[in-house]
Design a protein around this ligand. Structure first.
Ligand code: UDP
Length: 405
């Protein structure tokens, strides 16, 4: 049997997934043996899309599907442009100049001449590579997989992009409210986490302790944690403000752990703003982590007392599912996919303000019994809805549908 990157085979997932999942997956895959799927995105590391693709490719291969992953190569102006697209599509006012649109198309054209698209199904992730559609051949089916909250896009940018999306055979969104007026089939698929990856597998107490000690985080104070790229939509400064309110009543420490993505040029500016906001507080730990920090993040999520994802826009928060899988109720911004991940008062709390966030942090710190009950529910809810095995089933069902099998 072919093993995945961590030497984990599909059969290992039987121990952690709901009964019947792996059998269903194998049955679907049987009908697709020898077929191929290509994924294209714009970064190998950083952010949820790369996180999922790293785990998907070996699993597709293991079930007999030829899976490949190609990464679009851009210029600094291209990444600046696509970050503006990203912000505009998530509803923030942006100015995109004609030169920026031109650069977007130029980079897509150059990449399309260097890539090969002869797979049965081609999945293009997010706006960055969307214009590769110009290379679509009749025999293959192309899906545009949108991972961002596109419920209220800035019209001009969406109208530009929509011309390219219109050429696809289907579009996939993470929430019904992200669906658009398009004359192609639209599908709803929740993203997922891999319960057996280094990011999410069980750790020993010693493994967790050594990470906490490495960063000098006090073990005797409850830790509030947010793991995120340094991005304004993740509201790290709002997290610091909420922590300061809590700190007046409950002694605690705050860890903001993040890193950059190669296609996100704004990270450095946001990190500077975060450092500025945290000055002179020795109980705030800003960890600028390298891309392969999976065990570190896993340990932090396990050691944390309260996990936050205070986003103001979010396609779907993988970090929310990661913490829930570790038995933590999560406090998340009432935005995008977070509202389906967190069932209010059952698996965590969604909040709309700094004050609301501080109030719910204090609630979880001061109610350990309810915390434990919610944490248990959060884990089970994640097991049933947000694991990679369910996600793979969705992809296989989509392949069957698109290929008319
Ligand atoms: N992540 C990471 N290192 C970091 C910050 C984030 O490995 O420094 C991971 C995080 O654990 C999660 C993913 O990147 O798996 C972020 O996905 P999410 O959907 O939460 O947000 P996105 O960055 O895609 O907007």
């Amino acid at each position: 049997m072919v093993a995945t990157s961590n030497n984990i085979s599909l059969q290992n997932y039987r121990e952690v997934t709901p009964p019947g999942t792996i059998d269903l997956l194998c049955k679907l895959a049987e009908r697709l043996k020898g077929r191929s799927i290509l994924h294209v995105n714009s970064t190998k590391v950083g952010g949820g899309v790369a996180e999922m693709l790293h785990r998907f490719i070996p699993l597709f291969t293991e079930v007999g599907i030829k899976a490949s992953w190609q990464i679009l190569q851009g210029s600094p102006l291209f990444y600046q442009t696509t970050k503006s697209f990203h912000n505009a599509l998530q509803g923030q006012q942006q100015t995109v100049t004609p030169e920026m649109y031109e650069e977007y198309l130029k980079v897509n054209k150059k990449n399309s001449s260097e890539m090969s698209f002869d797979s049965d199904v081609v999945v293009i992730h997010d706006p960055q590579p969307a214009a590769l559609i110009a290379k679509k051949q009749k025999k293959s089916k192309w899906l545009w997989r949108c991972h961002i909250d596109i419920s209220k896009p800035q019209r001009k940018v969406w109208n530009f992009l929509r011309e390219y999306i219109a050429g696809y055979d289907g579009a996939i969104f993470s929430l019904p409210s992200f669906a658009q007026k398009l004359s192609l089939p639209q599908f709803l698929v929740y993203p997922s986490i891999d319960p057996l990856s280094d990011k999410n597998r069980d750790l020993t107490g010693e493994e967790v302790r050594s990470v906490i000690e490495k960063y000098g985080i006090p073990a005797d104070k409850p830790m509030i944690l947010q793991v995120s790229r340094f991005d304004r939509f993740k509201d790290p400064v709002g997290v610091i403000e909420a922590y300061r309110m809590v700190k007046k009543y409950n002694d605690c420490c705050l860890v903001l752990a993040g890193g950059g993505a190669t296609d996100d040029p704004e990270g450095v500016l946001v990190l500077d703003a975060v450092k500025e906001a945290s000055l002179r507080d020795k109980d705030i730990f800003i960890l600028d982590l390298p891309p392969d920090s999976n065990i570190i993040i896993n340990a932090l999520q396990r050691a944390a007392k309260v996990v936050l994802q205070k986003s103001t826009r979010e396609g779907f928060g993988l970090t929310v599912a990661e913490a829930m899988w570790k038995g933590k109720p999560v406090i998340g911004g009432a935005a995008g996919g977070i509202i389906v991940q967190i069932i209010y008062g059952e698996t965590g709390f969604t909040v709309n303000s700094v004050e609301g966030c501080a109030y719910r942090i204090r609630y979880l710190l001061n109610n350990p019994e309810h915390f434990a009950q919610m944490g248990q529910k959060a884990k089970e809810y994640t097991r049933r809805n947000f694991l990679i095995t369910r996600h793979l089933c969705d992809y296989l069902a989509l392949m069957l549908k698109m290929l008319g099998i």
